[in-house]
Write a protein that binds this ligand. Sequence first.
Ligand SMILES: Cc1cc2nc3c(=O)[nH]c(=O)nc-3n(C[C@H](O)[C@H](O)[C@H](O)COP(=O)(O)OP(=O)(O)OC[C@H]3O[C@@H](n4cnc5c(N)ncnc54)[C@H](O)[C@@H]3O)c2cc1C
Length: 809
Amino acid sequence: MKSQYRVVVIGGGVVGCSVLYHLTKRGWIDVCLIERDELTSGSTWHAAGGFHTLNGDPNVAKLQEYTINLYREIEEASGQATGVHLTGGVMLVSNKERWDWLKMAHARNRYLGVATELISVAEAKKRFPIMDESRFIGAMWHPLEGHLDPSGTTHAYARAARNNGAEVVRKNRVVETHLRGDGTWDVITEQGTVHAEHVVNCGGLWGREVGRLAGLELPVLSMAHQYLITEEMPEVVAFNKQNGHEIVHCIDFDGELYMRQERTGMLVGTYEPNGEPWSPKVAPWDFSTELLPPDLDKIADNLARAFEHHPPLANAGIKNVIHGPFAFGPDGNPLIGPIRGLQNYWVAVGVMAGFSQGGGVGLALANWMVDGDPGFDVWAMDVARYGAFANMAYTNAKVIENYGRRFRITFPNEELPAARPLRTTPLYDRFKAMNACFGASFGLEQALWFAPKGKKPVEKVTFRRSNAFPIVGAECRAVRESAGLMEISGYAKYEITGTDAETWLSRMLANRMPPKGKLALTPMLNAAGKLIGDFTVAKAADDRFYIFGSGVAEQYHMRWFEAHLPADGRVSVRALSSGLCGLTVAGPMARNLMAKATGEDFSTAAMPFLSFREMDIGLVPAKVGRISFTGDLGYEIWVGNDYLLTLHDVLTRAGAEFGLAHFGGRALMSLRLEKNWGTWAREYRPIYGPYEAGLGRFVSLKKNDFNGRDGALREKEQGGKQALVTFCVDTKNVDVIGDEPIWHDGKVIGWVTSGGYAHWAQKSVAMGYVPKDIAGAESGFEIEIIGKRHAAHPQRQPLFDPDGARMRG
Ligand SMILES: Cc1cc2nc3c(=O)[nH]c(=O)nc-3n(C[C@H](O)[C@H](O)[C@H](O)COP(=O)(O)OP(=O)(O)OC[C@H]3O[C@@H](n4cnc5c(N)ncnc54)[C@H](O)[C@@H]3O)c2cc1C
């Protein structure tokens, strides 16, 4: 081991070795992996070695596909066998909801290019002979499934990296990590101190503990998990003899089981509902290539289901039980990327499916370190999707919940209960008393809709329209016909101050900065000119600005802002978080309401569209912007959280005579569809450029140079690859959720980003990306919703207020 490297990777599991390999592939060869014990001695060695591309996020699914296709490459680069068996697999379903889910997963695979097939139970039985056909109603064939040798694969990554020049040091625990003043790191190991430009935490089972060495509390927890291997089964032997190949992989969703052939028997794994964390507070350093004692009682119910669904298993002897821990993030997806505020510190932890995801994680992280950008849309894996709210108690509750739901459906309108309520605003109790149905976002409780008096605010989970449909419809109509009030405290708000605030913002953001007392809408772009933010900026004073954006991206945006702040201290950025709360009032009577509440002139002449003022509303000092995501005449009002209840009193009192009604997040999402407006993390993501996303009018190529300008200019000149189109869809009782394929003239050409029912316009609406040369077509589009194709018609003009007369007037 040398005393200095460009990168030190901590942890020699499949993830660390993949990161190491990918760094060398990108030309960074002065890199060293430091492993506490032997390679694989965390969770990797005892994995079942299964892989597939299935993931709720299509971008993660793509990276899983990359991982699977990588195994041949690392075998060749290393000369080490990975033991890959690409058997393909069947996914079995027993009920209608899961069948709907499968149809949607299959449809999504169409645009991901994964050739899945929906097959009959009889066809599935031919490939997975031990199943009892009567238990199932359908299946999906998935060609990119299989299994491999976990140890061989990890060593293949490591050897390939070594062949490229990397070093691997074993039997050497990292005991401390210290950030130097210049942003480089001292890595103190049992064998001495190493100085490194970058540190990568791939600590797996100890990812949390390795994070603590740098003062971090990462939201990961390891869970104890079991699979068993049977003795030889005659059914397996007979199948192999008859067909000349092994039995395929199987996921039995309702059985909560995964299965595959292992030698002449079967491997059966299961996720039980009441999973147990392993070392919920501190993972012991002396745990290594050992297993936890078998505990079949814990999975007895699941095993009983396995025997019912797959009867030959009931007669098979158990040869081996593997019971070991592995680490999860709160939502089950990995946590990767740079850490806000810790220069050159990177993580790749909580990778719960190392053999499906490890390659993609390694690729994305290596790109990120070398280029400053992962090169893909990794939002679903980005460590910055969690903020300070994701402490150990939150993480543990969420990981346990997620573990038990591994094979369960999470419906698009489902709000999971663990770790709630956590963050609340002062209005929480009041809204609760008003019958609000809440959802949590970035840990914050937010009203989704308000149940009428006497009805419970409980939403039935479904892929179709729920019991909340008519209620949300009434909320939308109230906004469009009189006035609505909604809490918007969940938006992210940032305060930018300092003498250079404007100059800096104008380099960070793509639009011109507004004059004092005005708002401007602006995208934020990365170096490649792709969308990494979609903001409203307010200029309150020459040296004071506010930015309003998506609440879930607060950590993500703060990481970016802070990394780009000048060192001279002439600009500072602060996330105001729940310290600044907000209400919006919108609808034709909103102006009268505001005038009544303040006694001020709210005419368009006095307070035009996109103006921003600091003023009193009754007793409450507030910041008021004339803008509304409803697309209507409306105002956003920001106050310190200690004023929120009083502001609510003032506005509801003033609004009584104008028919003021409360509305929630669901209605807002419906209303914005009527304006063809996209949202962050759906329509606006780093895989799209501003012109593709229809935000070109908010990019000012004529002002000073700004981040991503060259890329934006190129996109403008070349027209981009794709275009965001809004459609009205011919449906009766179902709307898009997101990720449905868009067909044109019988071919899948694009995908839906979001949509739903536009209640005021009474249309089912979908937004999505299609290739730019097809985007202008007026006919021939269809959108596949739960297995059925519906005609879709481009809606070029907003359904509501197409010329903006109401919004601006
Ligand atoms: C029973 C079971 C079955 C599974 N089945 C599958 C499956 O079928 N398919 C699948 O994809 N995944 C499966 N998994 C999950 C899989 O094992 C993990 O996704 C994978 O191992 C994660 O790899 P990792 O490199 O992140 O972590 P780990 O394998 O835990 O590696 C972390 C490494 O870091 C080292 N380390 C930690 N701290 C330090 C330090 N301070 N200094 C130096 N070194 C340090 C450790 O010694 C360890 O080697 C299974 C897991 C279990 C428990």
